[in-house]
Design a protein. Structure first.
Length: 291
């Protein structure tokens, strides 16, 4: 039962909340223990709220999930977790997240978390069914995590980071939709279940998503030329080496999806993908060399 509950809470999706540490890392303040601990508490609060919304979303999507070739094996859809138990877990998660905010987090973080809870609920029930709006909303939820991380650590989030995040996550949101469209095409369907897309949109989604990914890289290169990088890094020109790493990573993800190999959420896929790990290590090495 515990395993089914953890699956239903989608604990593996908690990896997305590592984004809360990004502002602290980019400000070169990971040695600030108090700020780091605050980010970790913030990650836990976001994870609990996300799990509660995932459960509520699955409850509302039971019929769609039962008709899906893979989602029908989810604990709620398959009957492994009962509805009363699911609602109990939602209540526990929300209560625990509230307690964390009251006890240890600044008010600015709590405001971001409440905004996230409202926005992700709106996405689950309404926005995800509206083509294009769903992608913008999904990217906004990722960027919101970055802003919340800055609030938790007391670090100002630069407009460059928010711009880069927004374009990159819009690309990844389109990537998620493209993978769903590929799956629908392979099953000879006409529409993505519960979404506002039909199979004829696949080419547009592919072009828009890849373009947005490369726009994110462009924003990064403009950031490298800015005064902030000159202040934070001793050898700022070395940061240019990160650009080809990002180009490779974006291209790799989209090529994998185009070949029909993207079966997970892109962020979760990247966390398990050896190529993504290699790119991450290369970027870290360049950043250290530039410092």
């Amino acid at each position: 039962m515990l395993i089914n509950l953890l699956r239903q809470m989608r604990v593996y999706q908690w990896v997305k909340n590592l984004l809360l540490i990004v502002p602290l890392a980019l400000a070169h303040r990971t040695g600030d223990i108090d700020a780091l601990v605050a980010c970790l508490w913030g990650m836990l609060a976001f994870s609990l709220v996300a799990s509660s919304v995932y459960i509520v979303n699955d409850i509302s999507d039971l019929e769609h999930d039962r008709a899906h070739p893979r989602k029908r094996f989810r604990p709620l859809a398959s009957g492994a977790v009962s509805l009363p138990l699911a609602w109990t877990v939602v209540a526990v998660c929300v209560t625990a997240a509230t307690a964390i905010c009251i006890a240890v987090m600044p008010n600015s973080f709590t405001l971001w978390l409440v905004t996230y809870a409202i926005a992700t609920t709106a996405y689950s029930f309404v926005l995800k069914r509206i083509a294009l709006v769903d992608v913008i909303a999904l990217a906004g939820l990722y960027a919101l995590r970055v802003a919340a991380g800055g609030a938790a650590a007391g670090v100002e989030v630069s407009p460059w980071l928010l711009g880069f995040s927004l374009f990159l996550f819009m690309s990844l949101a389109f990537l998620k939709r493209y993978a769903e469209l590929r799956d629908t095409i392979e099953r000879e369907g006409t529409h993505v279940s519960g979404r506002g897309y039909h199979v004829g949109d696949a080419e547009f989604v592919l072009m828009a998503g890849t373009a947005l990914g490369f726009v994110a890289v462009l924003v990064f290169t403009l950031y490298v030329n800015g005064p902030q990088v000159q202040t934070l890094y001793r050898h700022p020109t070395r940061m240019w080496l990160i650009a080809p790493c990002l180009v490779y990573w974006v291209s790799h993800l989209w090529l994998t999806a185009h070949r029909g190999g993207m079966h997970d959420d892109p962020i979760v896929f990247a966390a398990r993908d050896k190529h993504s790990w290699a790119v991450g290590i290369a970027i870290a090495a360049v950043a250290i060399a530039a410092t």
